[in-house]
Design a protein around this ligand. Structure first.
Ligand code: DGL
Length: 278
């Protein structure tokens, strides 16, 4: 049994920079907490790998964060949530929050949605994790899913707006809408909010109206607040400057450039760490 301590940091992980979109929401919701963010940049993308490989990667990364004393874990990656949630939960007694269940609860709480689109990695779409989670959450909606694999390298390389991501977004959104219009779109990959401007513009061009877009971050933040309250693990530190330590498995300098642009401020030192064998 793990004895977590309220002053310990919260571990957050993703395959790369995408989880920063979740981290931003967690930091806004929990300004008194310390965070330990790990981007598995040596092994990104997760979305094209097999379920067993992604589950093993998630276990390796969770072990690093737990060894550094994390009092709770947030799997800030939909693919790792789809394939690794149970394996990570089985390794620890600390609360583990994923991004798929909370996003499905967000959809279920919105009235009047008849048909929704889910954009995700190939792995997340093939796993059917969203249709299952939406059913569990009691959302009676039709679901159209679309894998968008090129969004991940575009986000990792900082190609978040301009003609190339615009054309890619138009192609994916066009395929999503080919079977009919949608009332809302779930960004079922934490990298995709980095391309939000192009995704929103493409939806507007192709639907002729604004469509609500649901991201993983705010939903995961609500689930984490609930989990910390339920386990009495909220930090008593006074609210202050956000304290986050960044770890990556490759290219700290590249992570720092994209991270700074995305978080709108210096990310500070980025430490290189090794995780389990590739
Ligand atoms: N950001 C991740 C997700 O939410 C994975 C992207 C990738 O590594 O393919 O699924």
């Amino acid at each position: 049994m793990t004895h977590a301590n309220a002053d310990a940091p919260i571990g957050v992980f993703d395959s790369g920079v995408g989880g920063l979109t979740v981290l931003a929401a967690l930091r806004a919701a929990l300004p008194t907490e310390r965070f330990l963010y790990l981007g598995d940049t040596a092994r990104v993308p997760y979305g094209t790998k097999s379920p067993a490989t992604v589950a093993r990667y998630a276990e390796n990364v969770a072990d690093v964060l737990l060894a550094r004393g994390a009092k709770a874990l947030v799997i800030a990656c939909n693919t790792a949530s789809a394939f690794g949630l149970e394996a990570v939960r089985a390794r620890t007694g600390v609360p583990v929050v994923d991004v798929i269940g909370p996003a499905a609860a967000d959809v279920a709480a919105r009235p009047g949605l008849r048909r929704i689109g889910v954009l995700g990695t190939r792995g997340t779409v093939a796993s059917m994790a969203y249709p299952r989670a939406l059913e569990r959450a009691g959302a009676t909606v039709e679901i159209a899913q679309q894998p968008c694999p090129l969004f991940v390298p575009l986000a990792e390389d900082g190609w978040t707006s301009g003609p190339v991501p615009r054309q890619v977004a138009d192609t994916y959104i066009g395929s999503l809408l080919a079977s009919g219009p949608v009332d809302a779109v779930v960004l079922g990959c934490t990298h995709y909010p980095l391309l939000r401007e192009e995704i929103d513009a493409s939806l507007l061009r192709q639907m002729g109206r604004h469509v609500p877009v649901i991201e993983s971050g705010p939903a995961a933040a609500r689930a984490l607040v609930e989990a910390l309250d339920a386990t009495k693990l909220r930090s008593a530190r006074p609210a202050g400057p956000a304290l986050t330590t960044y770890l990556v498995t490759d290219d700290p300098a590249g992570f720092s450039v994209v991270g700074e642009r995305f978080l709108g401020g210096s990310v500070g030192a980025v430490e290189h760490v090794s995780v389990g064998a590739a």
